[in-house]
Design a protein around this ligand. Structure first.
Ligand code: SF4
Length: 362
């Protein structure tokens, strides 16, 4: 079985900075943390062509809104999550990463006009005081993978600590917790780890910290009183999937108190047809069995329904054996798959949102 190499946090050797964010305190903080990186100013991103290759990042102004409702997928139950687009791109290079097909930025980009982000959050949370927002930064990047030099986790944990109608979820495969773990958080931050079967993690996420390292970080975060989440997503069908996923469930519950777990999600590998070729090209050593996937009603490739149902229902039983009440939910599945996997369903996206909100409202 492949093993994870020693994890090394990403250190860019060049930073491109758009003029509009040059003086931003969040830009300046990154420059202080990366004193050896070469800096290249860019007057404007219009007509700028990113040089190919290299180990570079771009600090830019977020032009659109930071907050976006997850677009979901038609005829599937969605958790109605709000994505906070603070960065686009990721260094961890997981073989199955959807960003390989989707990202529309010239290079890994960190948005450092965070004054606008917090103003937008103030406005939105203030305008809808009775609505509850579950917000996460882990959609277009990994929430913590740049945290050793950007240190945004501290800003976010602090900002959300006094909000009554919102929580922030930091979703990661990383272990970079130093910038927030000692802060006052008032249980308004959920720190979540994406996890997998050990063999799949080693072969498909080789540049990320190992499962053991992620769990070590989760234990530290648990000690500091945070709520935790775990995302088995994407679950990958492979010859020893049952032993592999069960071992990960066992490892989590051997170290984490179920009362501290806000939620556990399950999602099987799914991707648009375009990604098939990209995975084969970018990750020729990937052990994902692409031949097992079929196009679904939303034109995304997925495992054959009975395979998904078997994986989800066995996972549900293993988790339930440890905890009768931790919330386990499916990401982007139909009412039918919910019922056949778990024996119940939240019936609608609004129903699932209500269950998830109830885990973290108080
Ligand atoms: S950690 Fe997430 S965002 Fe980063 S490469 Fe892996 S799947 Fe993509």
């Amino acid at each position: 079985m492949k093993r994870h190499g020693r994890y090394k946090p990403f250190v860019p050797d060049r930073i491109y900075i758009e003029e509009a964010v040059r003086e931003s305190p969040w830009t300046q903080r990154i420059l202080v943390h990366l004193p050896h990186a070469a800096v290249t100013p860019i007057p404007s991103l219009d007509q700028w062509e990113a040089p190919p290759g290299g180990n570079s990042i771009l600090l830019a102004r977020q032009r659109g809104p930071f907050l976006r409702l997850c677009p979901g997928t038609s005829r599937h139950i969605c958790c109605l999550y709000q994505n906070l687009d603070i960065a686009a791109g990721c260094d961890l290079d997981c073989s199955y990463c959807i960003l390989q097909a989707y990202l529309n930025v010239p290079m890994t980009t960190l948005y450092t006009n965070l004054d606008a982000l917090f103003a937008e959050l103030d406005e939105k949370l203030g305008r809808f005081p009775r609505r509850f927002f579950r917000i996460g930064t882990g959609e277009l990047s990994d929430s913590l993978t740049f945290d050793h030099f950007a240190a945004w986790s501290g800003d976010l944990v602090h900002y959300f600590s006094d909000k009554s109608n919102a929580i922030i979820e930091l979703k990661s495969k990383n272990t970079l917790i130093d910038h927030f773990v000692r802060l006052r958080h008032n249980r308004r931050t959920v720190v979540s780890w994406s996890v997998n079967a050990e063999a799949m993690s080693a072969s498909e996420e080789p540049h990320a910290p190992s499962l053991q390292e992620r769990l070590d970080a989760a234990v530290e975060v648990q000690k500091a009183g945070f709520r935790l989440g775990f995302h088995f997503d994407p679950m990958l069908y492979h010859p020893d999937w049952a032993q592999g996923y069960r071992a990960t469930v066992d490892a989590i519950f051997s170290r984490i108190d179920p009362h501290n777990i806000a939620w556990i999600s399950l999602g099987a590998l799914r991707y648009p047809p375009l990604l098939d070729e990209i995975i084969r090209e970018n990750h020729p050593e990937s052990e994902i069995v692409l031949g097992e996937l079929l196009p679904g009603v939303d034109n995304k490739y997925r495992y054959f329904k009975p395979i998904r149902i078997e994986m989800f229902s066995r996972m549900y039983q293993w988790i339930r054996a440890y905890s009768p009440d931790v919330l386990v939910y499916l990401c982007m599945e139909s009412d039918e798959v919910w019922k056949r996997s778990f024996g119940w369903s939240p019936k609608s996206s609004a129903g699932l949102k209500k269950l998830l909100d109830a885990r973290v409202r108080d």
